[in-house]
Ligand binder design. Structure first.
Ligand code: PMP
Length: 364
């Protein structure tokens, strides 16, 4: 009876496939990963087809929205928790306290649930309701506080630090190591064997952890051949600091999580490695949110759209055939009550910036 196995069992598993990449290629996550944190990182580089075809360049986005907590900040969150554990700043059952515009908090809230810590988050009260709600759903204690400058002791960063000082067994985290050790080397590994390698990397900054960390790694790994640029929203001082050596602040931006009124510690360490900077107006950013949705099927937040505008501009500047990588920080889910609301867009003077044929996507 053992020899009369069914024809189905002896037939080789070779179903006809409509997918272009079968048989399956080896994948970094081909084996089971160790819990939530095991799924962080090793994100794909997505060729932005509409813009690459239009420019004759290769514009690639590191798909950080595919991290399990939904943003680039899962990496920093894990890095911060590993650091707090390794240095003995936190013991089982302890509390992680952080000041964040939202995504670091969301990453931390996930990692804290997965590793048995409590999580306390201070954030500026200007951030989207979706982020505050999600943090609370993930069990974090959330304090939305007035958005005041870093110099003011009531700034969310300082409030978070004081909160941690009042608790036993609590760590305040303030990091670019995750990007030096993971994001940067991944981008290098994903591009170094391509013909011509990688000409440039560009992204916007909040804490500066992503830009400074990736820049440090890529400059080292490429022997200085990859240019590294900053993209800035209006109202941030960094573009003028990098291009003209003085901090000029003008205007404001609808983007969340990026733009700075100061040179953060992360950036201060590596700012000299940067090759230049662009400012991207909000009109260009919002148009790119809708363009990426319409043409590439990508549903991304405003910081991602700003990064892609800047990556395209840099690729065109570097010339046909150049390859530029940027960061696709997170999805639009976290901001949709704003980015897809006619009323909100009108209140920011941005509705009319969206081309008529794309206004059908404004459904809220
Ligand atoms: N985009 C979004 C949506 C973010 O929340 C952040 C983090 N504040 C960034 C970009 C910038 O990352 P970084 O803090 O590493 O500069």
């Amino acid at each position: 009876a053992a020899s009369s196995s069914s024809p189905a069992a002896t037939k080789p598993y070779n179903p006809p496939s409509p997918y272009p990449n079968t048989p399956l290629q080896p994948h970094p996550h081909s084996l089971p990963v160790d819990g939530f944190v095991g799924a962080i990182g090793n994100t794909p580089l997505i060729r932005i087809n509409s813009l690459s075809d239009e420019t004759g360049c290769e514009i690639l986005g590191k798909a950080e929205f595919m991290n399990p907590g939904g943003s680039v900040k899962d990496r920093a969150a894990l890095g911060l928790v590993l650091w707090a554990e390794k240095t003995g700043r936190i013991q089982p059952g302890g509390t992680i306290v952080e000041g964040t515009a939202g995504n670091t908090g969301i990453g931390l809230a996930h990692v804290c649930r997965a590793r048995g810590y409590k999580c306390v988050i201070y954030m500026p009260n200007t951030q989207s309701q979706e982020k505050i709600d999600l943090l609370r759903m993930l069990g974090a204690e959330v304090y939305p506080v007035p958005a005041v400058a870093f110099e003011n002791p009531e700034n969310y960063n300082h409030q978070a630090k004081r909160h941690a000082e009042r608790l036993d067994n609590a760590a305040w985290c303030g990091n670019r190591a995750a990007h030096i050790h993971t994001t940067g080397p991944e981008i290098h590994a994903q591009t170094s064997s391509l013909p011509g390698g990688l000409q440039a990397f560009i992204c916007a900054t909040g804490t500066g952890g992503t830009l400074a960390g990736v820049t440090r790694a890529l400059k080292d790994l490429s022997g200085g051949r990859t240019q590294c640029w900053l993209a800035d929203p209006p109202g941030s001082v960094l573009e003028s600091w990098i291009n003209r050596g003085k901090m000029e602040r003008g205007g404001s931006s609808i983007t969340e999580g990026i733009g700075q009124g100061r040179v953060t510690d992360n950036l201060a360490q590596d700012i000299a490695l940067l090759d230049g900077a662009f400012t991207v107006p909000d009109g260009d950013t919002i148009r790119m949110v809708y363009h990426l949705l319409d043409r590439d099927g990508l549903y991304v937040g405003a910081s991602t759209a700003l990064n892609v505008v800047a990556a395209k501009q840099l690729a065109v500047k570097l010339g046909k055939g150049s390859r530029v990588v940027t960061i696709l920080c997170d999805g639009a889910y976290r901001y949709q009550s704003r980015l897809f609301s006619k009323k909100w867009l009108e209140s920011k003077g941005l509705y009319d910036e969206i081309p008529a044929e794309l206004q059908k996507y404004v459904v809220l």
